[in-house]
Write a protein that binds this ligand. Sequence first.
Ligand SMILES: NC(=O)c1ccc[n+]([C@@H]2O[C@H](COP(=O)([O-])OP(=O)(O)OC[C@H]3O[C@@H](n4cnc5c(N)ncnc54)[C@H](OP(=O)(O)O)[C@@H]3O)[C@@H](O)[C@H]2O)c1
Length: 293
Amino acid sequence: MPNYANSTLLVTGAAGNFGRIAVEELLARGATKVIAGTRDPSKLADLADKGVEVRKVDFNDAASLPQAFAGVDRLLIISTDAIGSRVAQQTAAVEAAKAAGVKHIVYTSAPAARPDADAGLGPEHFWTEVAIAGSGLDFTILRNHMYAENNLMNLPQAVASGQLYGLVGDRGTSYVTRADAARTAAGALLSAQGKTVEDVTGPAPVTNEERARLASQIAGKPVTPIALTPADLKAGMVAAGIPEGFAEALLAFQRDAVTGHHGVVTDTVARYSGRQPQSFAEFLEANAAALKG
Ligand SMILES: NC(=O)c1ccc[n+]([C@@H]2O[C@H](COP(=O)([O-])OP(=O)(O)OC[C@H]3O[C@@H](n4cnc5c(N)ncnc54)[C@H](OP(=O)(O)O)[C@@H]3O)[C@@H](O)[C@H]2O)c1
C-alpha cells in the first residue's frame, strides 16, 4: 500500500467525535502534515498545542472554503449532522476541494446510499457521492454502517422496560464502533488510491433478537424482542415522543436491515485500520454500566 504520511492531510469536522479520533489516529500513524478543520478552532486548542494546524472549516461558508483547503493534498470530509442541508454543504466542500487542487477525497457515507424516497438519510449521502464522483478527483467513499454506539440510545430503555422493538423479518445489522470507523477513515486518507466505494462494517450482522439476548445477558434482566410491522413500529416511536421525520429515518434503517442491506460484512476496517473490528458483544460488555442505566 502507498503511504501518504508526508502529504498534507485535512480532516473536516475535527471537533466531532469521529473527527477527533481520525486526527489522533493520523498522528499515531506518523502523518507529518495534519490539518484539523472545524467550525470552531477554539475547541481544538489541545491539538494546536500538539503542533497540529487547526483551520476554520465551515461548509455553510462556501466562499471561505477554497482558502481553507489551500495546499491540501488529501481531504477527509466527515458528513455533517445538519440533516436536510447536507447535499448543499458537502457539495460546496467538494467543489472547493477541486478548486484548491486536492487530489483525493475520503467521504463518510452510509450503507446502501441511494436516491430512493424511502431510503431515509440515504439520498443525502448518495447525492454527495455523486458530487464527489462528478468532480473527477480520486475518492474513497466509506459507507460506514450503523455505529455500535447508537445502541446506547435505545438499549438502556429496552433493558428498563424489558421490551426491545424491531421489525418483522429483521436480518441483522453489522454494527461497527465509531472508533473502528474513524481509524479506518484515517487509514484510507493515509493509503487509499483510485476511485472506490467500500462498506465499513463490524465483524457480523446482529439481529434484534440477538441484541435483546445480549442486552439481557449483560444487564442481568429479561429483555423480550418484539417484532412489529413498519406502521406499528413508527407509530410506537412517535407515541414515545420521537419527531415524525426522525422516526421515519430510524424506520428506514430498520427496513434496510430487513432487506439485508445492513447485514453486509467486509474486511474494510482491518485493511485500512490494521485491526480487527470490535464485535458487538465486546462493545456491549465494555458499555455494561450504560446498559444497566
Ligand atoms: N453510521 C452511523 O450510525 C452514524 C450515526 C450518527 C452520525 N453519523 C454521521 O457521522 C458523522 C460523524 O459522527 P460523529 O459521531 O462525529 O458526530 P458529531 O460528534 O455529532 O459531529 C457532527 C459533525 O458535523 C460537523 N459539522 C456540522 N456542521 C458543519 C458544517 N457547517 N461544516 C462542516 N462540518 C460540520 C461537525 O464538525 P465541527 O464541529 O468540527 O465543525 C462534526 O464533525 C455525523 O456528522 C453523521 O453525518 C453516522
